[in-house]
Write a protein that binds this ligand. Structure first.
Ligand SMILES: *Cc1c(COP(=O)(O)O)cnc(C)c1O
Length: 395
């Protein structure tokens, strides 16, 4: 068998170099990268400011233990705190770790407040919270859980966007609720502001904690630093990763003071989490994302891309069902039995456009946030061509 374990059905593409919004294959083919490593390379490939930050840090200090103070962590945490609801941050290495620490914090908070019985967490259908045993138990996606049972105890799930079901699912054992403000893997499914306000009210009423999994929606992806900021509804816990390091693996679990205060010395740890290399990269990402005009560009490009995608839906109504999402986290939904979006991803790959499928027959358009009008138009042109071919083949 191949030496790399066969957990991915990989595309027939091998990328070896990147420059801005383009990636280059070993065969010399140039790709416009509207997948960005699944919403990770938010500043594009090899952004000069990130390269400089990583090189400088590489010549200074790579790794030290969290047994010592790490100035880069303090700086990054202070900046995240200054720009969000959070009062404190723990740094980890991946989205899954950032989410799962949030689950631990819900339990810890409840137990520290005299509610040892409150350990269950409610998620919603279509959720994706990572591949650890707890992440699988929260996501409850048959495709991902098959063969890994029994699922870890302590996770319940209710219908997407249904507050009545959410209320009905709460018991004396419930610790909190976790949702993605816009479901990513589930198919770019946004939850509306009223629903988020309802969740906040339910959590306040029952003494539950509200966790937003913003691993995919964070760091400017939707046109705000975090997607919750569009709604005005703040969580108690937020998990961040993907775009945070611009390609360097790093995650963050952010929380309010009352939650973070229950995580005393010894309650959690990580060997690599928040090491100087990761902190240099994430601080460099924030330099750019928090800079003048950056989020405005995301919103301007989003409008242009969305308009173009809407036009394609009108032009190819037999193939496309609609567009959804926010900022540069847009999903193009296909008509049909479920495999059409995936087939289109393969088709546009061959035409020099990278994108990523998602659940619900959706093709994700998640380019680097630094794209310009010409890149949007180039992507739309490739999509138009591929759809016209598909329409012609269908007769
Ligand atoms: C990608 C993702 C995760 C998992 O992140 P990893 O870094 O792969 O562990 C969790 N939650 C959401 C919403 C994601 O999009």
């Amino acid at each position: 068998m191949p030496a790399v374990m066969p957990t991915y059905a990989r595309y027939d593409v091998a990328l070896e170099r990147g420059e801005g919004v383009y990636a280059f294959g070993t065969d010399g083919q140039r790709y416009l990268d509207f997948g960005a490593g699944i919403a990770v390379a938010s500043l594009g490939h090899c952004h000069p400011h990130l390269v400089e930050a990583l090189k400088t840090q590489a010549e200074t200090l790579w790794h030290v233990s969290n047994l010592y103070n790490i100035p880069g962590q303090e700086r990054l945490a202070e900046r995240l705190v200054a720009n969000t609801f959070a009062d404190a941050v723990f740094f980890n290495n991946s989205g899954n770790e950032a989410v799962e620490l949030g689950f631990k914090m819900m339990r810890k908070f409840q137990s520290e407040n005299g509610h040892l019985e409150r350990y269950r967490i409610i998620s919603i259908e279509g959720a994706f919270h990572g591949r650890s045993l707890a992440g699988l138990a929260a996501g409850k996606q048959e495709k991902q859980t098959a063969g890994f049972g029994p699922l870890t105890d302590g996770f319940d799930q209710v219908a997407f966007g249904n507050l009545n079901e959410m209320r009905a699912a709460i018991t004396r054992e419930t610790a909190g609720i976790v949702i993605e403000p816009i479901q990513g893997e589930g198919g770019i499914r946004p939850l509306d502001d009223d629903y988020l306000r309802g969740l906040r009210a339910i959590c306040d009423e029952y003494g539950l904690l509200l966790q937003f999994d913003e691993v995919q929606t964070g760091i400017g992806r939707t046109g705000k630093l975090y997607a919750y900021q569009w709604s005005g509804v703040a969580p108690d816990i937020l998990s961040s990763a993907k775009g945070l390091g611009g390609g360097f693996p790093v995650g963050a679990t952010m929380a309010t003071e009352q939650v973070a205060a229950t995580m005393g010395a010894g309650s959690h740890g990580s060997t690599f989490g928040g090491n100087p290399l990761a902190m240099a990269c994430a601080n460099a990402v924030l330099d750019v994302v928090l800079g003048d005009g950056f989020l405005e560009n995301v919103n301007t490009m989003s409008k242009r891309l969305r308009k173009g995608l809407d036009d394609l839906v009108v032009k190819f109504p037999n193939h496309l069902a609609g567009v959804r999402g926010k900022g540069l986290l847009l999903g193009l939904q296909f008509q049909g039995n479920g495999s059409e979006a995936g087939a289109m991803v393969v088709k546009v790959n061959a035409l020099g456009l990278l994108s990523v499928p998602a659940g619900d027959n959706v093709m994700r358009m998640i380019p680097p946030l630094v794209i310009e009008s010409a890149h949007v138009d180039e992507a739309l042109g490739i999509l138009d061509k591929a759809l016209a071919e598909t329409a012609a083949e269908a007769g």
